[in-house]
Design a binder for this molecule. Structure first.
Ligand code: 5AD
Ligand code: SF4
Length: 480
């Protein structure tokens, strides 16, 4: 077992290694050799669309590019432009197509420019066909299952003339130990599983991310231990449905058991996780959260709709009553819990009555924040074929009503912390010089005066005022 290979351990004149990780390190060395021959095109720009799992996977791409020798810049006049794509809603796709138009013009001025697309959107056949036929200037395309092969694919792109496209239908592989360039020094996402088996009728994720696969708990604990050694104190365990973690492992492990193992890592202060499916949220997990010293009292529990009829059509496998009683059970065990949720408006067949059920749950459940989405028809999902797609004007009007209810209730609920002193992890300086942003364990944002030396540290902040989705505060050390 190795964590990473050093250049001197790799013989690029020798045979291509068979083992996946070693093979990719071999190709990183090959790319370095190419780069050294012509270091004149040396910048890259990497943009990530979508969720935190994409963010995490982009860190591997950045790690490999940095390792080869490229320099990351934030503008798209870079020599290499890379998009990690999302397809959960249609506007994510439209954004990519829009930007490709601009990139095409830039490439006409600079022929050596390379354009790379990967991630969820590339797992859709119609997208790849379109790129193959209408966007021939794109140099490399790969999907979600073969991200770990980036170095090898990049090498083929750099040494060939043709557009390189490699899409896999699925995989049962999880390749560990590739280089990664982290976005933050003090906090990090950690993938604990990939894919989803739930097939909610509106959702494209199971089709583009494949079947659920969990990482071995030892590999997760090892990664967390390494991160902590590197200065990380807060981890976010990531998966589409963390509550079903470990079920498919050879030696099954529950999510609560995994939390216990992660909690044992010395030096780690906070553990977050996302996303929880209400149907799989166990009593064991609630009990563990209640007694844990490190698991934050924040739960993201997507409800999607408050109407039992629509929930059935969505294939969510819980109803309004079950959702509300789950919320009650959680609050009883963890009274200070902060709850957040996702809600979709305008699912096919949604009536005004159904919509009012959603508003009713928002009024009753006490969410600190709710992420609201307009239903987006995704080709290939069961909901795309449903009759009664809701007219745009109706959906927009409902969306506005939902948004104002969510904001009003969110402000009311979050105000419960005003006047208290909370421990805050200092993250970054805001647009206002001298004002920093941090998060409480409840995942609520706080703005307060601080200094750069405090970045990544925990400070105690008095929450003076709630501004809706953030607070204004003042530091009070030590804790009063
Ligand atoms: N339309 C709108 N929102 C969607 N989501 C998933 N699929 C769709 C869709 N087709 C939302 C869900 C999910 C969040 C990540 O994205 O609310 O929880
Ligand atoms: Fe999509 Fe449902 Fe899986 Fe979440 S649980 S990724 S909404 S299918």
């Amino acid at each position: 077992m190795f964590n990473r290979l050093e250049s001197e351990e790799i013989n690029i004149a020798g045979e291509i290694p068979k083992e996946d990780t070693a093979r990719q390190y071999f190709y990183i060395e090959k790319c370095k050799e190419l780069y050294r021959k012509d270091p004149s095109h040396n910048t890259y720009c990497l943009t990530t669309f979508g969720c935190q799992m994409n963010e995490k996977q982009s860190e591997v791409i950045a790690g490999i590019m940095d390792e080869i020798g490229y320099r990351r810049i934030e503008t798209e006049d870079a020599d290499i432009v890379i998009y990690n794509t999302c397809t959960v809603r249609e506007n994510a796709n439209l954004k990519v197509y829009g930007r490709l138009g601009l990139l095409h013009n830039m490439k006409k001025q600079k022929k050596e420019k390379k354009i790379i697309l990967f991630g969820c959107m590339m797992q859709e056949e119609h997208v790849v066909n379109k790129i193959r036929n209408d966007y021939r200037f794109v140099d490399l395309v790969f999907g979600t299952h073969n991200i770990y092969r980036f170095a090898e694919l990049f090498y083929h792109m750099m040494t060939g003339e043709q557009q390189v496209i490699e899409i896999w239908e699925g995989t049962d592989k999880i390749v560990e130990d590739l280089p990664a360039e982290r976005n933050y020094d003090f906090k990090s996402g950690v993938n604990i599983m990939f894919g989803c088996n739930n097939f909610c009728s509106y959702c494209i994720v199971p089709y583009v991310r494949g079947r659920e696969r969990s990482r071995e708990p030892e590999a997760i604990v090892e990664e967390v231990t390494r991160l902590v050694k590197d200065g990380v104190t807060e981890v976010m365990l990531l998966g589409q449905n963390v509550n079903s973690y470990g079920k498919t492992l050879e030696n099954p492990v529950s999510f609560a058991e995994l939390l216990e193992k992660v909690e044992a890592v010395q030096g780690l202060k906070r553990i977050r996780f996302m996303t929880s499916h209400p149907k799989d949220l166990s009593d064991e997990l609630i009990a563990y959260m209640a007694k844990s010293k490190k698991v934050c009292h924040h739960l993201h529990l997507p409800m999607q709709s408050g109407s039992s009829r629509i929930l059935k059509e969505m294939n969510r496998r819980y109803d309004k009553e079950k959702y509300l009683s789950l919320v009650e059970k959680i609050r009883k065990a963890i009274p200070d819990i902060s709850l957040t949720t996702d809600i979709i408006v305008g699912f096919p067949g949604e009536t005004e009555e159904d919509f009012l059920e959603t508003i009713d749950v928002v009024n009753k459940a006490g969410f600190d924040t709710a992420f609201t989405f307009i239903y987006s028809k995704r080709t290939g999902t069961p909901a795309a074929k449903m009759e009664n797609q809701i007219p745009e004007a109706v959906v927009k009007e409902r969306f506005q009503r939902l948004l104002s209810t969510v904001q009003e209730k969110g402000r009311e609920i979050s105000s419960r912390f005003v006047g208290t002193v909370q421990e805050v992890l200092v993250e970054t300086e805001s647009k206002d010089p001298g004002i920093f942003t941090g998060r409480t364990q409840y995942n609520l944002l706080v703005h307060f005066p601080a200094t750069p030396d405090l970045e990544g540290k925990y400070v105690n902040v008095h929450l003076d005022e709630c501004k809706g989705f953030y607070y204004l505060g003042t530091r009070v050390d030590p804790l009063q």
